[in-house]
Write a protein that binds this ligand. Structure first.
Ligand code: PXP
Length: 239
Protein backbone atom coordinates (compact mmCIF):
# COMPACT_ATOMS: atom_id res chain seq x y z
CA UNK A 1 0.00 0.00 0.00
CA UNK A 2 1.27 3.50 -0.86
CA UNK A 3 1.90 5.62 2.20
CA UNK A 4 -0.17 8.74 2.71
CA UNK A 5 1.78 11.98 2.33
CA UNK A 6 1.69 14.69 4.96
CA UNK A 7 1.47 18.36 4.03
CA UNK A 8 2.25 20.51 7.07
CA UNK A 9 0.57 23.89 7.03
CA UNK A 10 2.85 26.43 8.73
CA UNK A 11 0.53 29.48 8.62
CA UNK A 12 0.29 29.69 12.38
CA UNK A 13 4.02 29.98 12.82
CA UNK A 14 3.52 33.25 10.94
CA UNK A 15 0.44 34.08 13.05
CA UNK A 16 2.66 34.07 16.13
CA UNK A 17 5.39 36.07 14.40
CA UNK A 18 2.83 38.67 13.24
CA UNK A 19 1.63 39.13 16.84
CA UNK A 20 4.81 41.18 17.33
CA UNK A 21 5.71 41.79 13.70
CA UNK A 22 9.23 40.60 14.52
CA UNK A 23 11.40 38.08 12.70
CA UNK A 24 10.60 35.09 14.88
CA UNK A 25 9.32 32.45 14.75
CA UNK A 26 10.40 32.19 11.13
CA UNK A 27 8.20 30.09 8.78
CA UNK A 28 11.32 29.17 6.82
CA UNK A 29 12.80 27.51 9.88
CA UNK A 30 9.47 25.74 10.43
CA UNK A 31 9.48 24.51 6.83
CA UNK A 32 12.97 23.05 7.25
CA UNK A 33 12.12 21.35 10.56
CA UNK A 34 8.82 19.97 9.19
CA UNK A 35 10.49 18.49 6.11
CA UNK A 36 13.29 16.92 8.12
CA UNK A 37 10.76 15.39 10.54
CA UNK A 38 8.54 13.51 8.10
CA UNK A 39 6.50 16.14 6.24
CA UNK A 40 6.31 15.56 2.50
CA UNK A 41 5.12 19.06 1.66
CA UNK A 42 5.11 22.53 3.15
CA UNK A 43 1.69 24.15 2.93
CA UNK A 44 1.16 27.92 3.13
CA UNK A 45 -2.01 29.95 2.70
CA UNK A 46 -1.36 33.41 1.34
CA UNK A 47 -4.42 35.47 2.20
CA UNK A 48 -5.54 38.70 0.59
CA UNK A 49 -5.25 40.44 4.00
CA UNK A 50 -1.77 38.91 4.65
CA UNK A 51 -2.83 38.17 8.21
CA UNK A 52 -0.15 35.51 8.68
CA UNK A 53 2.01 34.40 5.72
CA UNK A 54 3.70 37.36 3.98
CA UNK A 55 5.03 37.53 0.42
CA UNK A 56 8.63 37.23 1.59
CA UNK A 57 7.78 33.99 3.46
CA UNK A 58 6.70 32.42 0.19
CA UNK A 59 9.84 33.75 -1.52
CA UNK A 60 12.08 32.35 1.23
CA UNK A 61 10.45 28.92 1.30
CA UNK A 62 10.24 28.75 -2.50
CA UNK A 63 13.94 29.41 -2.72
CA UNK A 64 14.81 26.80 -0.10
CA UNK A 65 12.38 23.98 -0.79
CA UNK A 66 12.30 22.36 -4.21
CA UNK A 67 9.36 20.20 -5.28
CA UNK A 68 7.48 20.47 -2.03
CA UNK A 69 5.74 23.84 -1.75
CA UNK A 70 1.95 23.73 -1.78
CA UNK A 71 0.17 27.07 -1.83
CA UNK A 72 -3.43 27.63 -0.74
CA UNK A 73 -5.04 30.72 -2.21
CA UNK A 74 -8.26 32.34 -3.32
CA UNK A 75 -9.23 32.02 -6.98
CA UNK A 76 -8.71 35.68 -7.83
CA UNK A 77 -6.70 37.40 -10.59
CA UNK A 78 -4.39 38.90 -7.91
CA UNK A 79 -3.60 35.45 -6.53
CA UNK A 80 -3.25 33.92 -9.98
CA UNK A 81 -0.58 36.54 -10.71
CA UNK A 82 1.07 35.82 -7.38
CA UNK A 83 1.25 32.07 -8.10
CA UNK A 84 2.62 32.60 -11.60
CA UNK A 85 5.34 34.82 -10.15
CA UNK A 86 6.35 32.56 -7.26
CA UNK A 87 5.80 29.19 -8.93
CA UNK A 88 4.75 26.86 -6.09
CA UNK A 89 4.74 23.18 -7.06
CA UNK A 90 1.02 22.95 -6.47
CA UNK A 91 -1.88 25.23 -5.68
CA UNK A 92 -5.15 24.56 -3.90
CA UNK A 93 -7.93 26.99 -4.79
CA UNK A 94 -9.99 27.77 -1.70
CA UNK A 95 -12.90 30.07 -0.88
CA UNK A 96 -11.78 33.04 1.20
CA UNK A 97 -13.53 35.83 3.04
CA UNK A 98 -12.05 38.60 5.14
CA UNK A 99 -14.21 37.98 8.21
CA UNK A 100 -13.53 34.24 8.62
CA UNK A 101 -10.99 33.00 11.16
CA UNK A 102 -10.25 30.01 8.94
CA UNK A 103 -11.49 28.56 5.62
CA UNK A 104 -15.22 27.92 5.91
CA UNK A 105 -16.00 24.80 3.91
CA UNK A 106 -15.27 23.95 0.31
CA UNK A 107 -15.39 26.06 -2.83
CA UNK A 108 -18.80 26.76 -4.31
CA UNK A 109 -18.27 26.38 -8.03
CA UNK A 110 -21.69 27.29 -9.39
CA UNK A 111 -21.88 30.49 -11.38
CA UNK A 112 -18.13 30.97 -11.72
CA UNK A 113 -16.96 27.98 -13.73
CA UNK A 114 -15.69 30.14 -16.61
CA UNK A 115 -13.39 32.27 -14.45
CA UNK A 116 -12.22 29.24 -12.44
CA UNK A 117 -11.41 27.33 -15.61
CA UNK A 118 -9.28 30.24 -16.84
CA UNK A 119 -7.23 30.19 -13.63
CA UNK A 120 -6.85 26.38 -13.70
CA UNK A 121 -5.65 26.47 -17.30
CA UNK A 122 -3.22 29.32 -16.73
CA UNK A 123 -1.64 27.66 -13.64
CA UNK A 124 -1.52 24.22 -15.30
CA UNK A 125 0.15 25.67 -18.39
CA UNK A 126 2.98 26.91 -16.23
CA UNK A 127 3.45 23.47 -14.66
CA UNK A 128 1.62 24.03 -11.37
CA UNK A 129 -0.61 21.18 -10.20
CA UNK A 130 -4.06 22.49 -9.33
CA UNK A 131 -6.48 21.19 -6.72
CA UNK A 132 -9.83 22.40 -5.51
CA UNK A 133 -10.85 22.40 -1.88
CA UNK A 134 -14.41 21.08 -2.00
CA UNK A 135 -17.00 19.62 0.33
CA UNK A 136 -17.53 15.89 -0.19
CA UNK A 137 -20.30 16.45 -2.73
CA UNK A 138 -20.48 14.91 -6.24
CA UNK A 139 -21.51 18.13 -7.99
CA UNK A 140 -18.45 20.08 -6.85
CA UNK A 141 -16.08 17.19 -7.56
CA UNK A 142 -17.43 16.75 -11.09
CA UNK A 143 -17.28 20.49 -11.72
CA UNK A 144 -13.61 20.65 -10.66
CA UNK A 145 -12.87 17.68 -12.91
CA UNK A 146 -14.69 19.24 -15.87
CA UNK A 147 -12.63 22.41 -15.69
CA UNK A 148 -9.32 20.56 -15.65
CA UNK A 149 -8.25 20.22 -11.99
CA UNK A 150 -5.77 17.39 -11.28
CA UNK A 151 -6.63 16.93 -7.66
CA UNK A 152 -9.49 17.17 -5.19
CA UNK A 153 -8.83 18.13 -1.59
CA UNK A 154 -11.85 17.00 0.36
CA UNK A 155 -12.86 19.39 3.11
CA UNK A 156 -12.90 17.46 6.37
CA UNK A 157 -14.26 20.30 8.58
CA UNK A 158 -17.71 18.78 9.05
CA UNK A 159 -16.21 15.37 9.79
CA UNK A 160 -13.79 16.95 12.29
CA UNK A 161 -16.55 18.92 14.00
CA UNK A 162 -18.67 15.76 14.27
CA UNK A 163 -15.94 13.80 16.06
CA UNK A 164 -17.37 11.95 19.07
CA UNK A 165 -20.93 12.87 18.05
CA UNK A 166 -23.69 10.84 16.42
CA UNK A 167 -23.02 12.38 13.00
CA UNK A 168 -19.42 11.20 12.86
CA UNK A 169 -20.09 7.92 11.00
CA UNK A 170 -22.24 9.73 8.46
CA UNK A 171 -19.62 12.42 7.82
CA UNK A 172 -16.93 9.76 7.39
CA UNK A 173 -19.17 7.89 4.97
CA UNK A 174 -19.63 11.09 2.94
CA UNK A 175 -15.85 11.38 2.65
CA UNK A 176 -15.58 7.73 1.62
CA UNK A 177 -18.26 8.06 -1.07
CA UNK A 178 -16.71 11.26 -2.40
CA UNK A 179 -13.35 9.49 -2.54
CA UNK A 180 -14.81 6.75 -4.77
CA UNK A 181 -15.91 9.40 -7.23
CA UNK A 182 -12.55 11.19 -7.16
CA UNK A 183 -10.80 7.92 -7.99
CA UNK A 184 -13.38 7.02 -10.64
CA UNK A 185 -12.57 10.34 -12.31
CA UNK A 186 -8.90 9.42 -12.13
CA UNK A 187 -7.99 12.41 -9.98
CA UNK A 188 -5.60 12.66 -7.06
CA UNK A 189 -7.21 12.49 -3.64
CA UNK A 190 -6.22 14.79 -0.77
CA UNK A 191 -8.04 15.79 2.41
CA UNK A 192 -7.72 18.35 5.13
CA UNK A 193 -9.06 20.89 7.59
CA UNK A 194 -9.70 20.47 11.29
CA UNK A 195 -7.84 17.16 11.44
CA UNK A 196 -6.02 16.35 14.67
CA UNK A 197 -4.23 13.50 16.43
CA UNK A 198 -7.54 11.90 17.47
CA UNK A 199 -9.65 12.13 14.33
CA UNK A 200 -7.07 11.74 11.57
CA UNK A 201 -6.70 7.94 11.28
CA UNK A 202 -10.10 6.99 9.77
CA UNK A 203 -9.61 9.60 7.02
CA UNK A 204 -6.04 8.47 6.36
CA UNK A 205 -7.32 4.92 5.90
CA UNK A 206 -9.80 5.86 3.15
CA UNK A 207 -8.93 3.88 0.03
CA UNK A 208 -6.85 5.91 -2.42
CA UNK A 209 -6.01 8.72 0.03
CA UNK A 210 -2.76 10.29 -1.15
CA UNK A 211 -2.08 13.36 0.95
CA UNK A 212 -3.43 15.05 4.06
CA UNK A 213 -2.87 18.75 4.73
CA UNK A 214 -2.80 19.56 8.42
CA UNK A 215 -1.84 22.73 10.26
CA UNK A 216 -3.52 23.97 13.38
CA UNK A 217 -3.33 20.78 15.44
CA UNK A 218 0.34 20.19 14.57
CA UNK A 219 1.43 23.75 15.37
CA UNK A 220 -0.61 23.69 18.60
CA UNK A 221 1.02 20.43 19.70
CA UNK A 222 4.42 21.80 18.73
CA UNK A 223 4.07 24.39 21.53
CA UNK A 224 4.43 21.60 24.05
CA UNK A 225 6.49 18.88 22.39
CA UNK A 226 8.35 20.79 19.68
CA UNK A 227 7.66 20.86 15.95
CA UNK A 228 9.90 17.89 15.18
CA UNK A 229 7.95 15.53 17.48
CA UNK A 230 4.56 16.99 16.54
CA UNK A 231 5.20 16.37 12.82
CA UNK A 232 6.73 12.92 13.33
CA UNK A 233 3.80 11.84 15.52
CA UNK A 234 1.25 12.94 12.91
CA UNK A 235 3.18 11.22 10.13
CA UNK A 236 3.13 7.97 12.12
CA UNK A 237 -0.63 8.24 12.59
CA UNK A 238 -1.43 8.63 8.91
CA UNK A 239 0.80 5.82 7.64
N1 PXP B 1 -6.60 22.47 3.71
C1 PXP B 1 -7.05 23.70 3.35
C2 PXP B 1 -7.56 23.87 1.96
C3 PXP B 1 -7.01 24.77 4.24
O1 PXP B 1 -7.47 25.99 3.85
C4 PXP B 1 -6.46 24.58 5.53
C5 PXP B 1 -6.34 25.75 6.47
O2 PXP B 1 -5.47 26.69 5.95
C6 PXP B 1 -6.00 23.29 5.86
C7 PXP B 1 -6.10 22.25 4.95
C8 PXP B 1 -5.42 22.99 7.20
O3 PXP B 1 -6.43 23.09 8.16
P1 PXP B 1 -6.07 22.98 9.70
O4 PXP B 1 -5.19 24.15 10.02
O5 PXP B 1 -7.40 23.03 10.39
O6 PXP B 1 -5.36 21.68 9.89
Amino acid sequence: MKSVKLGVNIDHIATLRQARKEKNPDPLEAARVALSSGADMVVMHIRADRRHIQDHDIENVRHDVRGMLHLEMAATPEMEKFALKHRPDSVCLVPESASEVTTQGGMKMTGKLGELEKIVKSLSRSGIEVSFFVDPEPQAIRAAHNIGADTIELCTSKYSESWGKKLQAKELEKLQLASFLVKELDMHLHAGHGLDYYNVSPVARIDGMECMNIGYSIISRAMFVGLKSAVAEMKRLIQ
